[in-house]
Design a protein around this ligand. Structure first.
Ligand code: NAD
Length: 504
């Protein structure tokens, strides 16, 4: 096997980064002095590096740096000029595409074929939002007085963004690109377990011409660095991507400081197969929905709802198909399922499978020949009580729970029987039924005869325990700007007294 530590170090060198992750603050790399954090390659199980938590002080410096840089970003650049910088960011990401994908695969354990796609998506995100920098304009409103009333859309200031470990650079781009396109500064705290590509992205932003400090990255922990950045006076909004449990903690801290929050949390999405579906396509879709990226995807189709009349046949198709999936080394381009990204998550997934078996599930598994890696082979949990933990909560691994339904109403009832509302899908040839399911299943994103297509141009987010707010498409432009209403008196004799125009 490739020497993972040497490979990791040479990739960091190619990106001009220290192999001991550092925070990027005000255009400089800085090292904290907090608790040690280890980065373990989840496939080879070697410790790639250890680095100290940046802590609260560096987080405060990052917020101050972002505040200063945001003012420069608005004052010294034209709207179109900001777009040109964002185009350059996209170009540099493209130039470093393979190095960024490789380092992501080594640190997170995600298969290289997925990392390559995700890095390519990041440049796409910067190009997409580059086009909006000079199109964020207000309105002229015909108020019933002698005023010219117009609105402008202003950036908020500093946005603090918190991201998880499952798609590090993809999620960083998804958050940073619209925020800076709208004229904001950013402090980004990636997961302490996967900080490298986010640090690289921040340095690329500056290399492309963004002011020093416009995009800062904290290499550190939530309770220290994260809480300090939420509380900092310059932070105007908090955007959190992660688990519902941490989302509640973050929203509580932000609420105490009266700061608005966007929460992108987990899911337990229903992938619903009716008896009239193209079963071959639905089977491939069901596998991709849950087994791709080892199920470590917020939109994973983790509940497979199959019409009772075809349940046994369909479960057998999925089980047979999962034996063909290539499980193994994330750096092998043929690998479809790599390891679980970290030890804590591996323990969680294996404990959930064990508990499901105790709760009465039949457990069907694929195969893996990698004894030491943190690999969970693709797993089907059938005949599970619908109210059990594994049927209701997010496992975040390559584990699908199968539930059966009798008819349309039953499918909708079961699909909506968790507290999540992130995504869902239906497989059927009946167009009217497909539209009724799209209307009635609670989800921010819903697919008909497909799964997992997402794109920066369309809104993404959830409801209830899946969070609130949207972080892509045009909708996010409203999240990252606020309107200011300006009244200009134009009448020679103003008609407004005490704030009100007299009625005609
Ligand atoms: P997590 O909630 O444990 O951590 C997420 C981030 O929060 C990390 O950066 C962590 O350091 C930080 N954090 C922890 N405590 C904090 C605090 N007090 N203040 C500020 N930050 C703090 O999540 P995870 O285990 O890294 O990721 C997996 C979860 O993320 C899953 O539930 C998954 O569904 C969810 N997720 C959601 C989406 C989405 O868009 N809806 C996308 C990807 C992942």
């Amino acid at each position: 096997m490739l020497d993972r530590i040497a490979h990791y170090k040479s990739l960091c060198a190619e990106l001009s980064l220290s192999d001991t992750p550092q925070s990027y603050v005000g255009g400089a790399f800085v090292t904290g002095g907090g608790a040690k954090i280890a980065l373990e390659d989840p496939f080879s199980r070697v410790i790639l590096t250890e680095y100290p938590d940046c802590g609260a002080e560096i987080a405060k410096q990052a917020c101050a740096a972002s505040d200063a840089a945001q003012k420069v970003w608005m004052a010294d650049f034209t709207a179109a000029g900001r777009g040109i910088v964002m185009q350059k960011i996209a170009n540099i990401v493209d130039e470093r595409h393979e190095t960024l994908a490789q380092v992501e695969a080594v640190v997170s354990g995600k298969p290289i074929r997925d990392c390559r796609v995700e890095v390519a998506k990041v440049s796409e995100m910067f190009r997409y939002y580059a086009g909006y920098t000079d199109k964020l304009h207000g309105q002229v409103i015909p108020v019933p007085s002698g005023h010219l009333n117009y609105t402008v859309r202003e950036p908020l200031g500093v946005i603090f963004q918190i991201t998880p470990w499952n798609a590090p650079m993809f999620t960083a781009g998804w958050q940073v690109a619209p925020a800076i396109a709208c004229g904001n500064g950013v402090v980004l705290k990636p997961s302490e377990l996967t900080p490298v590509t986010s640090i690289a992205l921040a340095a690329i932003c500056e290399e492309a011409g963004a002011p020093k400090g416009l995009v800062n990255v904290l290499a550190g922990l939530g309770p220290t660095a994260g809480e300090a950045a939420i509380a900092h006076d310059a932070t105007r909004k908090v955007v959190f991507v992660g688990s519902p449990a941490t989302g509640r903690v973050v929203a509580t801290s932000a609420g105490k400081a009266l700061k608005p929050v966007v929460l992108e949390l987990g899911g337990k999405s229903a992938n619903i197969v009716f008896e009239d579906a193209d079963l071959e396509a639905a089977c491939k879709g069901a596998q991709a929905a849950i087994f791709a990226t080892a199920g470590q995807s917020c939109v994973a189709g983790s509940r497979l709802l199959v019409q009772a009349s075809i349940k046994d046949q369909f479960v057998k198709m999925v089980a047979d198909g999962m034996q063909q999936l290539k499980v193994g080394d994330p750096l092998d381009k043929a690998t479809e399922i790599g390891p679980i990204s970290n030890r804590r998550q591996f323990d969680h997934v294996t404990a959930m499978i064990g508990q499901a078996a105790k709760d009465g599930a039949s457990v069907l598994t694929g195969t893996s020949h990698e004894a030491d890696a943190l690999i969970v082979p693709p797993t089907i949990l059938a005949d599970l009580p619908p109210g059990s933990d594994a049927a209701q909560t997010e496992i975040f691994g390559p584990v699908v729970t199968v539930l059966s339904f009798e008819d349309e109403a039953d499918a909708i009832r079961i699909a909506n029987s968790t507290d999540f509302g992130l995504a869902g899908a239906v497989w059927t040839k009946n167009v009217s039924l497909a539209h009724r399911m799209a209307a009635n299943v609670r989800a921010g994103t819903f697919w008909v005869n497909g799964y997992k297509a997402i794109h920066v141009s369309t809104p993404f987010g959830g409801s209830r325990s899946s969070g609130f707010g949207r972080s892509s498409g045009m909708d996010v432009l409203m999240e990252y700007t606020e309107p200011k209403s300006i009244w200009v008196e134009t009448a020679q004799v103003p008609r407004v007294a005490f704030g009100y125009a007299p009625s005609e």
